[in-house]
Design a protein around this ligand. Structure first.
Ligand code: GZL
Length: 310
């Protein structure tokens, strides 16, 4: 009987590892690197065969990768969409091929939400609200008339985190008309671009700038370099509020150059592997899975740093 069981196709089926095609945004930030490590580690631990494609922040590369996963007949397609729009066609192709799609990290805006099974990721509007709330309660730099002049480094144009972090922040600071965003421009979530745009802000506004709100730590770290090169003290002459909570942000806070970072966890790998297995096993999964996150001001950076996992 044992011999017969071992030979049965059912046994063979059960042993077949899950195959997941994953299209990643790119490698633009510390957050993204940690997100990729989390996904690859979790796949290895779960015995999942992971086909991983880096899109270098280009939507057309993600569309190509998804089409390639469809052609390879993977069990599940998962991706972090670089921007919110432009996915309907390729997701309809995945649906026609009966391949379930899981969104991680960023959302899409599609006409038909049956085009994906679930979205695992942070609430970016809430992250923007938390940044705004911290600033309303802790702003110390202001103009003589009490106005708090804010410059904003936005994330990738059209991406869910950039759209939503701006929305949440503006919603909260609207409570105090003294808080004004005087310049706002994308730094594309990278250190290099963050530095470049902050240089332009400093040239245009100089000492009028009281606060920098950066949609991610990498742009904040780039801006810190620009502020220092302009002969100003980041975190002192200009209050800096940022989002992600990567190690580089904790190091900047411990050096007194960054005032607060709002956590956005990249450690989505284990949840993704579990949800993918549940989807393939036809178990019901929630449409939206939100990661739990905190706010880390400079005062607690040294104490929290040893606990950081990314
Ligand atoms: C947020 C993620 C953003 C990070 C950036 O979940 O999409 O993209 O905030 C990353 O660091 O580049």
């Amino acid at each position: 009987i044992l011999a017969a069981c071992a030979a049965s196709p059912l046994t063979a089926l059960a042993a077949k590892p899950l195959v997941i095609g994953f299209s990643q945004v790119g490698a633009e930030s510390e957050w993204r690197t940690a997100n990729t490590v989390s996904i690859k580690d979790a796949a290895r631990k779960a015995g999942v065969t992971l086909k991983f494609a880096d899109a270098q922040q280009k939507q057309e590369n993600q569309v190509k990768a998804i089409r390639s996963f469809i052609a390879q007949k993977v069990d599940v397609i998962a991706f972090s969409p670089v921007v919110e729009s432009g996915w309907d066609t390729v997701l309809r192709e995945a649906k026609a091929a009966k391949i379930p799609v899981i969104l991680t990290d960023r959302a899409v805006s599609v006409t038909d939400d049956t085009l994906y099974v679930t979205f695992i990721g942070s609430d970016f509007v809430e992250e923007g609200r938390r940044a705004g709330k911290w600033l309303l309660e802790h702003a110390k730099n202001a103009a003589p008339d009490g106005t708090v002049n804010i410059v904003e480094l936005q994330g990738t144009v059209g991406s869910a985190p950039a759209i939503d972090r701006k929305k949440g922040f503006e919603e909260v600071i609207a409570a105090n008309p003294k808080f004004k965003i005087i310049r706002s421009q994308t730094g594309d979530f990278t250190r290099a671009k963050g530095k470049e745009v902050m240089e332009a802000f400093l040239k245009a506004e100089g000492k009028k700038i009281n606060v920098l709100y950066a949609h991610n730590d990498d742009m904040a770290i780039g801006a810190i370099q620009a502020i220092e090169e302009a002969g100003l003290k980041p975190g002192v002459d200009i209050t800096i509020v940022s989002i992600d909570g990567v190690k580089g942000a904790f190091e900047a806070m411990m050096a007194g150059k960054l005032n607060v970072t709002v956590e956005c966890s990249p450690l989505l790998g284990p949840q993704l592997m579990q949800i993918a297995a549940d989807v393939v096993a036809a178990k019901p999964v929630p449409k939206r899975i939100t990661t739990q996150e905190g706010v880390f001001p400079a005062e607690i950076a040294a104490r929290e740093f040893p606990n950081r996992k990314y």
